[in-house]
Design a protein around this ligand. Structure first.
Ligand code: SR1
Ligand code: MG
Length: 422
């Protein structure tokens, strides 16, 4: 299938757009190898010729096709976006331009946290293909945590990724004249942000065919989501934040399946949901998935990682803020006294923390009542045992959204989770 669409290009000026012909044919196996052989940078990394290369599908995500391509000289990871959601097929159309936004977000995040994202080897706009380094011996963080592996570097690495990208792409570091065109550019990722608007902030709170939960154990909790007006007000406030805030270029889907790890390395992948949004969204999503991992396994070490993540994040965020002198927000001229700037920074971080905890609550609920359930919870085979863990998550999530004063800090939240584990 070949179609012509108005497409943003990876031009040096982010406002530039062109009319680019794109194809939507799925490339795999030998056709993929033959296609890659025509790209010198890719062919050189793999070595040999297309006939020597082994192509294996390795994707475990919902949205795209992902392949390992192995040649005599090396391996690469190839990701292709089709014009539909992979797990559903053509019945759920989705713009393949998400590959363009993922590429653009990877480049932008690499400017700020180069060690925490994979190297981009090639981007093929026509075929919606992204070729990145093959990360080995990395595993998906969700899998590592489920196996009880400890990652002593993880909290520090993720804290740096978040602090560097949130400050570096936001108004603390970027003059408005430079940031606003970037915001405009990523506003184009509307089909992906629409998925989040619907699946995180809306569908779990209404009757919807995509919803599912452990029934009958969670039926009453599901009904509460549809009837509790304080809860729906809280989540609607968050949806408005997600829709309107342009604080920073977010990863947009920072769960534990979007992180690849070894005991000493951490890489953040899958930026196809990237958008300008509220800085607490990525933090809250990540925190929710660490909580789920901890509660599903009864593992206090993961809670310690969550505490360390926030502590280190605030340190690194302030350090990046300190080094950022060109942004238009919090102009230094208004803060001649360091104590006044410190006070303003404390207040800013308190607001970011409040957003983070609320987004954490929303993410927890949608992973229990919406379409895309948390795999750690699904893995609990006994429905009674699964429901017990899920209800603990639900209780914490509802408190985060409706009575945030119960868990005003990350240590307060993890203390409540520790109490549940005991
Ligand atoms: C159809 S996409 C379903 C979910 O998978 C992704 O990882 C996102 O979290 C999305 O909400
Ligand atoms: Mg993903």
């Amino acid at each position: 299938v070949t179609n012509t669409a108005v497409t943003n290009t990876a031009a040096t000026t982010p406002t530039e757009t062109t009319t680019a012909a794109t194809t939507t044919a799925l490339l795999d196996g030998r056709p993929l190898a033959d296609h890659l052989a025509r790209i010198p940078a890719v062919a050189a990394r793999l070595g040999g010729r297309a006939g020597d290369w082994a192509v294996r599908e390795i994707g475990d995500g919902n949205v795209n096709y992902v392949y390992e391509v192995r040649g005599p000289a090396g391996r690469l990871c190839v990701k292709q976006a089709m014009p539909y959601v992979r797990v559903v097929g053509e019945a759920w159309p989705l713009s393949p331009r998400r590959a363009w936004f993922e590429h653009r977000a990877l480049l932008e995040h690499a400017r700020h946290a180069p060690e925490r994202v994979p190297e981009v080897v090639h981007h093929d706009e026509e075929h919606h293909l992204l070729v990145v380094e093959y990360l080995t011996p990395h595993v998906v963080l969700r899998q590592g945590l489920a196996e009880g592996v400890r990652y002593p570097w993880l909290a520090g690495h993720l804290a740096e990724y978040l602090a560097a990208t949130l400050v570096g792409t936001g108004d603390l570091a970027r003059p408005a004249a430079e940031k606003r065109p970037l915001v405009a550019l990523f506003q184009g990722n509307t089909e992906m942000t629409r998925i989040m608007e619907d699946m995180v902030f809306t569908e779990p709170y209404q009757e919807h065919p995509r919803n599912a939960w452990t029934s009958p154990q969670l039926d009453a909790a599901a009904a509460r989501l549809r009837t509790d007006s304080a809860l729906k007000t809280a989540v609607s406030r968050l949806k408005l934040r997600y829709l309107t805030s342009a604080e920073a270029l977010l990863h947009g889907d920072l769960h534990t399946g979007s992180v690849l790890v070894t005991p000493t390395d951490t890489k953040v992948i899958d930026q196809e949901f990237a958008c300008y949004g509220p800085a607490g969204f990525d933090l809250g999503t990540l925190l929710a998935h660490l909580l789920v991992a901890a509660l599903a396994r009864g593992d206090g070490h993961v809670l310690a990682t969550a505490e360390e993540l926030w502590q280190r994040f605030t340190e690194r965020y302030l350090a990046h803020w300190e080094q950022s002198t060109h942004g238009d927000a919090y102009p230094r001229v208004l803060f001649p006294h360091p104590a006044d700037l410190r006070a303003a920074q404390r207040r800013h971080l308190a607001e970011l923390l409040a957003d983070t905890l609320a987004f954490c609550g929303a993410e927890l609920l949608r992973r229990i009542f919406g379409l895309a359930h948390a795999p750690e919870l699904q893995a609990v085979a006994d429905p009674e045992a699964r429901a017990a863990v899920e209800l603990r998550c639900v209780r914490l999530a509802v408190e985060l959204l409706t009575t945030p004063e119960l868990h005003p800090t990350v240590p307060a939240l993890t203390a409540a989770a520790y109490a549940v584990l005991r």
